[in-house]
Design a protein around this ligand. Structure first.
Ligand code: SF4
Length: 364
């Protein structure tokens, strides 16, 4: 039993000191919520003393719902040959990119199921067209599962798939598909998905190829609290090695229409996860408020629990929506909640280059 007090651990982590795994579990489980939040907010303000809160104008295009992975927490996918399966044409995807670009989007997230009918050339042609027709839009797309699925279909290594897609215009990889990077959990909720080490391995490959990536955590299904810290620990170890994660994005499982079912996490649990993420991940620069599942008002509170970024405007999204989440927001609403919380909304791009002139609040 550790003799170090919770107050000492809060103080150490608020000043940027590294928490051990045991200390992380202890703080997460036992620290009073407001003290945990105050430490995380202190750390965030020390890292970014201005009142800026960044966001990116982006859209998510779920190009196919056909998937051979069959995660039990997912209400979006349809198995192969299912009557409700769809795959968008390149023209359809390009049409949505055009619409997003008109709204000012600088980033698109093309993401979908692991559809074995789609070959690597399909993605190369699509990315090249996006690059030619919309040079101001960065392609931040495909999860590790889709990369590994393509590698299987093509009989190639994931490294070579990444290298070819990078050549075709893929700029960075979103951190989707991490869920909880613990084998026990994945066996229960996504047995056919990439294993924890494989997820980290593909991220390492992308980062070493010069593609920045984000990391996510979907919590609130069947994992223990210690397993959430184990997930953070895996991300922290890889970040020590590569420095390639730009941001961490925890979001909670939406159970309403999924085979796995279960209960939705509370707002208080969401805030605890944010705060411990900011404190435990002492080497990941940005923490994103994933307001899509808990809603904009929780997203606003998140700004006092370690978050410095509101993520994307997510102009269109199906995966979380199909699981029963109904949240959406306009840019104006997003900026208003940031301003009402006492911060300044600043538009950024995928690489965190700030574009302050693009914020609506600045323009008006
Ligand atoms: S979460 Fe992704 S990989 Fe899993 S079933 Fe849904 S679409 Fe497929």
């Amino acid at each position: 039993m550790s003799t170090v007090s919770l107050d000492s651990l809060l103080e150490k982590s608020a000043l940027g000191g590294r928490l051990t795994f045991e200390e992380g579990v202890r703080l997460y489980e036992d620290a009073p919520l407001h003290a945990l939040g105050a430490a995380a907010h202190h750390r965030r303000m020390a890292l970014y003393p201005t009142s800026d809160v960044t966001y990116v104008i982006d859209t998510t295009i779920n190009y196919t719902n056909v998937c051979n992975v069959h995660c039990t927490f997912c209400a979006f996918f349809r198995p192969e040959h299912h009557g409700e399966g769809y795959t968008m044409s390149h023209d359809d995807v390009l049409g949505r990119v055009a619409w997003a670009a008109e709204q000012g989007a600088t980033q698109i997230m093309i993401q979908g199921g692991v559809n074995p009918e789609l070959r690597i050339e399909w993605f190369e042609r699509l990315f090249r067209r996006v690059g030619v027709e919309f040079p101001g839009v960065d392609i931040h797309s495909l999860s590790v599962s889709e990369i590994v699925g393509l590698a299987t279909v093509e009989g190639m290594s994931s490294h070579d798939v990444l290298a070819r897609l990078r050549e075709a215009g893929l700029k960075s990889l979103p951190g989707a598909g991490a869920e909880i990077l613990v084998e026990r959990v994945r066996k229960r909720i996504s047995a056919r998905k990439v294993k924890p080490d494989e997820w980290l391995g593909v991220m390492r490959e992308a980062q070493l190829l010069g593609m920045p990536t984000t990391a996510t955590m979907m919590f609130g299904s069947i994992e223990t609290k210690a397993e959430r810290i184990e997930h953070l620990d895996g991300v922290r170890r890889l970040q020590d090695e590569t420095g390639g994660f730009t941001a961490f994005i925890p979001w909670y499982y939406v159970p309403f229409k999924t085979p796995l079912k279960g209960k939705e996490s509370t707002g208080l649990e969401y805030l605890r996860v944010l705060a411990i993420s900011r404190l435990y991940l002492d080497n990941v620069a940005h923490l994103q408020a994933s307001w899509l599942t808990p809603g904009l008002k929780m997203g606003q509170l998140a700004l006092f629990y370690g978050c410095d970024d509101m993520g994307g405007t997510i102009l269109e999204e199906r995966v979380v929506h199909d699981a029963g989440s109904t949240n959406e927001a306009t840019r104006k609403q997003l900026e208003e909640i940031v301003i009402d919380a006492g911060f300044r909304p600043v538009v950024r791009d995928t690489y965190w280059n700030l574009r302050p002139e693009m914020a609506l609040a600045t323009a008006s």
